[in-house]
Design a protein around this ligand. Structure first.
Ligand SMILES: [Zn+2]
Length: 183
């Protein structure tokens, strides 16, 4: 991964956020002193957190440091992660799969059908993760899961974890851990 890619996925790993919550993370949501990310709605870009609640997530000190350096380089941007077109980036999953393929980390077993060609020349072909960025092992949810597991191991209370993950009920959070077998 290059530096740009690294900080993006570190943000996923350090915040446990959902895809869209990273896409619409703005600099004004980061409190560098308190080391937090405030997930909040932004109506002008059509972003609402799931279950409509804003929440505050504690970020690791190392991530805060990297964000600070990044902020100094990009003082005028509103959003932290921008696409080449200058829009809030929302292709994290696709990019992650490309990185995994490039790194030779795909399992080689996944098969899926993709559309190739344009306009009238479109056709469906079966491809394998040996040669295409389609490995099912690379999903953004794994960062969220790892982050939540780290919180648990760091003795963060279940109630705080519930809030930081943005779960509506404590039962959802508990089920989460039970399903993964970490509790
Ligand atoms: Zn695979």
């Amino acid at each position: 991964m290059d530096d740009e890619e690294r900080i993006r996925y570190r943000f996923f790993l350090g915040s446990g956020c959902r895809d869209r919550e990273v896409t619409f993370a703005a600099w004004s949501d980061i409190d560098f002193k308190a080391r937090t990310y405030h997930v909040r709605k932004k109506e002008d870009v059509g972003f609402k957190p799931k279950s409509h609640e804003s929440r505050t997530i504690e970020l690791p000190a190392s991530l805060i440091r990297e964000l600070k350096e990044r902020r100094e380089k990009h003082p005028h941007d509103r959003f932290i992660f921008l696409s080449k077109q200058g829009k809030p980036d929302n292709h994290f999953l696709r990019k992650l799969k490309k990185i995994a393929l490039r790194a030779g980390k795909n399992c080689g077993q996944c098969k899926t059908t993709i559309t190739v060609g344009e306009y009238n020349g479109k056709k469906r072909v079966e491809v394998s993760c040996k040669t295409h960025p389609v490995c099912e092992h690379y999903i953004l949810h794994r960062f969220r899961k790892t982050c939540a597991t780290r919180w648990l191991h760091a003795s963060v209370s279940m109630r705080d974890i519930q809030v930081m993950l943005g779960h509506k009920s404590l039962a959802t959070t508990q089920k989460y851990y039970l399903r993964w077998g970490v509790m």
